[in-house]
Design a protein around this ligand. Structure first.
Ligand code: ADP
Ligand code: ZN
Length: 614
């Protein structure tokens, strides 16, 4: 293939004006025949890194992906760009698969997506060898390359066999891509895929368009409701819960409140799951209430928020789950409600599982890192990046901690009282009772255990209930107190609490904002989102553009974002193009889409300007 260089294709086919980040360097490297390992966060623009080189090199680019459910959408999106593409996986019937094989033989395809198990069949490898003899394989792209790692939860044994690509096709460039950043996984990818010679392209894993917030839980449903109402009245998003039961209850409750919410978890019928997933992808403004089973392979670009009603299990989990928001680069929210109960129940769950001791220890450490993040008073972006070994240049200025800096207070005395109360009551009671004792409340339970006799009875009257609860939450989160499995979740002291009890160690805790204060800053918090969509939701042109997009998507049975991304529609809204030429200059409008949809969207702009009802 000889026409054009990378920039021309970027502009004419994809409709983009510039490369993002390392894209250009990666494209050039692969076009020249080099192997590459690409580490880029979700939304960083990985697809272009293999799609564009495939268009520039002779032959077909073979894309290995474990995400069968997504192949159809990816191929549809390429076809919209005028690129001939197809996929091969178990969802195709024999006739359709034969047609794809014919296209391969005729050399008609520029991109072919295959499931790893299909690729590894001897028949398919021989087919590839035939192509290779005529120099007709442009490249191999190995997407979701972290699937070779047996430590991750996305492990795919077939990925291990992919070294065969290197052995049998040493002259075809390979590009492996992943959004999983940690060093052990990276090492494993290099080793397992024989990528020692590959050039590594490591991007920053910051997601600047995501605003992270951790809210203290008091009434989680009410908090979620007000978050949705004030910031995401019409948006698509994901609400994560820990258990299947809670997923179903929350989805049902949201529905009662008038939200377009659906449940998703591994216990649902496969048919129901795929129906709900499809609805989430193809319609607008659907809220998916889900366990983490709903995850990999959600590449809907305009997920505007991810809400956690329960704690994720680790920082890795938190980063991945929140990372599904804002893939299109537009502002998105990651919001989590978190409280003492979550700390206790997560610890309990990990401890009571039947994983081997060693594994439990690792999992507890990971949970501790996450709790540290929740309690942190530093910039969220900085805290996340530091966990992954990257320095963030400064405060983001957008997260909850940056917007409303959190005070800390010297809680050394309070911590001693709280710990001592755990000790005096025999290390087997829950927080509610401990606080009653500290506050000197003569409840029936206090009397039953004769706890009004204790030296800690009533010593904590300087603080109120809520403050003690905050102290205990932070002491548990920091690991001074652990959850006793034998005593039904009673709290007990850990070794690290000794220096505190003896007065040898200071304890500084965050001062939780009181609910009234939290409310006052709410308006400000939503402002950035509103700015980006600058009143779009009330603008009739925005609604008309979206309606046109939905109409075209329905006609073709594809998700709306396959026609145009939100960012492209937003640009139309702001530029109000009057000619095809102007339309063609909008980012995301390439030649194929301009020819197909240019007139239709120009008409919408004109009609709305003239007050014609659409
Ligand atoms: P990833 O696979 O890394 O999550 P994608 O390949 O899905 O990312 O790209 C993320 C978003 O960025 C998509 O909406 C894509 O169309 C857009 N995009 C990618 N590269 C560019 C670019 N150079 N200019 C404008 N938009 C881009
Ligand atoms: Zn910040």
């Amino acid at each position: 293939m000889s026409h054009g260089n990378a920039h021309h294709i970027l502009r004419d086919t994809f409709g983009y004006t510039a490369f993002h980040g390392a894209q250009q360097a990666i494209v050039e490297h692969v076009v020249a025949g080099g192997d590459a390992l690409v580490l880029m966060p979700t939304g960083g623009g990985k697809s272009l890194c293999y799609q564009l080189p495939a268009l520039l090199r002779a032959g077909v680019g073979i894309v290995v992906s474990p995400l069968i459910a997504l192949m159809q959408d990816q191929v549809d999106a390429l076809k919209q760009l005028g690129v001939s593409a197809a996929f091969l996986n178990s969802s195709l019937d024999a006739g359709a698969a034969r047609e794809v094989y014919r296209q391969i033989h005729r050399g008609e395809l520029k991109l072919l997506y295959v499931a790893p198990e299909r690729l590894m069949t001897e028949g398919f490898l021989e087919l590839l060898e035939g192509l290779e003899q005529d120099n007709n394989i442009a490249l191999f792209a190995i997407d979701e390359a972290h699937c070779v790692s047996q430590w991750g939860h996305d492990f795919r044994p077939e990925y291990r066999a992919l070294t065969v690509l290197h052995e049998r096709f040493p002259n075809v460039p390979r590009i492996a891509l992943t959004a999983t950043a940690d060093a052990p996984t990276r090492r494993e990818i290099i080793e397992r895929l024989a990528l020692e010679q590959a050039q590594q392209f490591v991007s920053s894993f910051d997601r600047p368009n995501i605003r992270y917030r951790v809210a203290l839980k008091d009434n989680a449903r009410k908090q979620l409701q007000s978050f949705l109402e004030s910031e995401h009245p019409d948006d698509a998003g994901i609400v994560y819960c820990l258990s299947r039961k809670k997923v179903e209850e929350t989805a049902a409750w949201l529905k009662e409140q008038g939200w377009d919410a659906l449940p998703y978890h591994a216990g649902l019928d496969a048919a129901v799951r795929s129906k709900n997933q499809k609805k989430f992808l193809r319609e607008e403004g659907v809220i998916m209430v889900a366990t983490v089973a709903f995850g990999m392979g959600i590449d809907k670009p305009n997920v505007r928020f991810v809400a956690h009603l329960d704690l994720p299990k680790s920082m890795e989990g938190y980063y991945q789950e929140t990372g599904r928001a804002g893939r299109d680069g537009l502002p998105a929210n990651a919001w989590m409600a978190y409280g003492l109960g979550d700390v206790v129940s997560m610890r309990q769950m990990l401890l009571s599982g039947d994983a081997p001791e060693e594994r439990k220890r690792v999992e507890l450490q990971k949970l501790d890192a996450l709790l540290g993040f929740c309690e942190s008073t530093a910039c969220r972006h900085q805290t996340i990046l530091r966990y992954f070994g990257e320095e963030h240049p400064g405060d983001c200025g957008q997260c909850d901690n940056c917007l409303a800096p959190v005070d800390t207070w010297d809680a050394t005395e309070a911590a001693r009282m709280a710990l001592s109360c755990v000790y005096r009551t025999g290390q087997r009671f829950g927080v509610a009772h401990l606080i009653d004792v500290l506050l000197g409340k003569a409840t029936p339970k206090v009397e039953q255990f004769n706890h009004q006799q204790l030296s800690t009875f009533g010593i904590g009257k300087d603080l109120v209930q809520q403050q003690w609860s905050s102290v205990y939450r932070q002491l548990v989160a920091a690991g001074f107190i652990s959850v006793d499995m034998e005593a039904y979740g009673g709290l007990k002291l850990t070794e690290t609490s000794r220096p505190v009890l003896r007065g040898e160690q200071e304890v500084w805790l965050r001062r939780d904002a009181d609910p009234a204060q939290r409310k006052s800053s709410k308006a400000e918090r939503g402002s950035r989102m509103r700015e980006a969509f600058a009143g779009a939701n009330e603008d009739p042109l925005w609604q008309a553009l979206k309606a046109k997009r939905m109409e075209l998507a329905r006609e073709q049975g594809v998700p709306p974002y396959v026609i145009f991304h939100d960012s492209t529609l937003l640009e139309m809204l702001n530029q109000k193009p009057h000619t095809l030429d102007e339309m063609g200059r909008i980012s995301g409008v390439g030649q194929a889409k301009l020819a197909k949809y240019g007139d239709a969207f120009l008409q919408v702009v004109e009609d709305v300007a003239n007050g014609v009802a659409t």
